[in-house]
Design a protein. Structure first.
Length: 458
C-alpha cells in the first residue's frame, strides 16, 4: 500500500473545503438562490459472502449534484461523490496516528462531472458542453455497445453501465428533427477494473507448459503517449425519429479502454512453478454504431449494434528461460467484430413488469473469438400501495452456443425493496452464481453474496 504524502492530505482537505463552501454558497447567497439547485442522495451499501460471512463491500456514499443557471444562455452542473469505506487498511499502529485517518477509516472524494452548457453558441441551433462529463450513447438497458465515449467503471462489477466522466467538448446542432453531435476528448483514460476478488471475471487464463503452476503474476501498462495524436478521441452521431422509433448512427475513433497483452515473460522459480510478467497496451479502435428504440403496440423495444475495427495486437510469449523459445500469437486480430443487444419490456394489467435482453459481447470482450452470449431477464411487482417492490432477475452466460448445456453460468438476483417514506429505500437480496465449464462469471462461483442497502434522495 502506497504511503499518503502530506501534500496529498492537504490537497484532499482543500478539495473537501471547496465542495462544502460551494454547497454553503447555495444557502447563504440570496441573490442566486433561485438559480442554483442542490440535490443528491445518501447511500449505504453492505455486502457479505454467503459462504463464510466475509465482508466484500461496505460503502457509505454522499452524492452531491449542483445545478446553476446564471443566465438563460448558460448552465453549470457538477457531481461529487464523497465516500467512506468501512474496511480499515491499517497495518501498523503508526497508521492509527496523526491527522490522516484514511488508513484506519478509508474515504475518498470523486469528481464525477463538472461542465458548462452554452446554449445558442454563435447560432441559435448550436449548443456546446465543455468540461468533465458523462456522454451516454445507446438505447439498450444499461449494456450499450455504442457507449464508448467514456471509459468503463467496473469498480463495482454489479453496477452495470457505470462509466467515468472525461474532460471533453460536446457540440450538438439541431436541424429540424435531426440532431448532429460531435465529441472531442483530448486525453486517454483507461477503464477502472474490479477489486482482486472480482477481477477473475475479466481475466483470461494463461496457457502454461504441462505440470507448471504460476508463482508470482505481475504486469505493467504501456500507456499511450500523452499527445493529441496518440491519446485523443473523436466521435460523431446523427439522430432523428423515424415513424414511431428513435434512430441514430454513430462513429468513433480512439482506443480501447481495456488493455491487451503485448508481451508475456515466463521465468522459472523451481521445477514446478514460474513467475509471469506481462506488458499490456491499449490498442487503437474505430467503432461504427447504430441503435433504435420505440414500441410495437404496448411493448417497448430496443436494438443496438456496434462494429469494432481494432488495431492488431500480437502477443510475444517469451519462454526462453524455460528453454522453449518465443511464440507469437494474435491476441487481437485486425478483423472487425460486432457487439449487439436486442431487448424489450412490458407492463401487464396487474402491474407486473418484465424486462428482457439478449446480449452478444460484454465491454471487456475484444475480438470475434472472445464474444459470449448473455440472456438477462427480470420481473418486478409492486405491492402494498407501491411501498414494497419484489424483483426476480437472472442472467445466463453462454460462451459456446453450439453446446450450451456443457458451458454456461447462471446468476440469480432476487431482491425485495421497501419504501418507508418519500425518497427513501431499503433493499436486500442475494446474488448466487452457478456454472458448468469455462465462463467469465463462472469464475466467481465462490463469491455468492447477500446485501442490504439504504438510500435517501434529496
Amino acid at each position: 500500500m502506497r504511503a499518503v504524502s502530506g501534500a496529498e492530505t492537504i490537497g484532499r482537505t482543500m478539495a473537501i473545503r471547496i465542495v462544502l463552501l460551494s454547497i454553503a454558497a447555495v444557502f447563504v447567497a440570496p441573490s442566486v438562490q433561485g438559480q442554483v439547485e442542490l440535490g443528491g442522495y445518501v447511500l449505504t451499501d453492505s455486502r457479505a459472502r454467503l459462504e463464510d460471512g466475509k465482508l466484500l463491500w461496505n460503502e457509505n456514499r454522499l452524492k452531491l449534484d449542483l445545478n446553476a443557471s446564471p443566465t438563460s444562455e448558460a448552465h453549470v452542473f457538477s457531481e461529487f461523490w464523497i465516500r467512506g469505506f468501512g474496511a480499515s487498511e491499517a497495518a501498523t499502529t503508526r497508521d492509527l496516528m496523526g491527522l490522516d485517518k484514511r488508513k484506519s477509516n478509508p474515504w475518498d472524494l470523486v469528481l464525477r462531472e463538472a461542465y458548462v452548457d452554452l446554449y445558442g453558441f454563435f447560432t441559435p441551433d448550436l449548443d456546446l458542453r465543455i468540461g468533465r462529463q458523462r456522454i451516454a450513447w445507446g438505447t439498450a438497458d444499461k449494456i450499450n455497445p455504442t457507449d464508448n465515449l467514456n471509459p468503463d467503471d467496473l469498480e463495482d462489477i454489479w453496477d452495470f453501465g457505470r462509466h467515468l466522466g472525461t474532460n471533453s467538448v460536446l457540440a450538438q446542432y439541431y436541424l429540424g428533427d435531426v440532431t448532429l453531435s460531435a465529441v472531442f476528448t483530448p486525453g486517454f483514460t483507461p477503464a477502472t477494473l474490479p477489486p482482486p476478488d472480482w477481477a477473475a471475471a475479466l481475466s483470461t487464463p494463461i496457457a502454461l507448459p504441462g505440470g507448471v503452476e504460476p508463482s508470482n503474476v505481475s504486469d505493467e501498462l504501456d500507456m499511450p503517449v500523452n499527445t493529441l495524436r496518440e491519446a485523443a478521441s473523436v466521435a460523431v452521431k446523427i439522430a432523428r425519429p423515424v415513424l414511431n422509433y428513435d434512430l441514430s448512427l454513430s462513429y468513433l475513433t480512439g482506443r480501447s479502454d481495456f488493455p491487451v497483452p503485448m508481451r508475456v515473460v515466463l521465468a522459472p522459480v523451481d521445477s514446478n512453478s514460474v513467475n509471469i510478467h506481462s506488458t499490456l497496451v491499449y490498442p487503437r479502435m474505430s467503432v461504427v454504431g447504430a441503435d433504435l428504440s420505440g414500441a410495437i403496440r404496448t411493448v417497448g423495444v430496443w436494438a443496438e449494434i456496434a462494429v469494432f475495427f481494432p488495431e492488431a495486437v500480437y502477443t510475444t510469449v517469451d519462454m526462453s528461460a524455460l528453454g522453449l523459445g518465443q511464440q507469437e500469437v494474435a491476441s487481437l486480430p485486425d478483423e472487425h467484430f460486432a457487439r449487439y443487444v436486442i431487448g424489450g419490456d412490458y407492463t401487464f394489467a396487474g402491474g407486473l413488469y418484465i424486462n428482457a435482453q439478449f446480449i452478444h459481447g460484454f465491454a471487456h470482450e475484444l475480438g470475434r473469438d472472445c464474444l459470449h452470449n448473455y440472456v438477462v431477464a427480470g420481473l418486478e411487482k409492486k405491492l402494498r400501495n407501491d411501498t414494497v417492490k419484489v424483483t426476480a432477475a437472472a442472467a445466463v452466460e453462454i460462451p459456446d452456443s453450439a453446446h450450451p448445456g456443457d458451458n454456461y453460468a447462471i446468476i440469480g438476483m432476487p431482491e425485495i425493496a421497501y419504501y418507508p417514506s418519500d425518497n427513501s429505500e431499503i433493499a436486500c437480496g442475494v446474488r448466487v452464481i452457478g456454472e458448468k465449464g469455462q465462463t467469465s462469471f463462472g469464475q466467481l462461483a465462490e463469491m455468492d453474496e447477500g446485501y442490504i442497502a439504504f438510500k435517501y434522495a434529496f
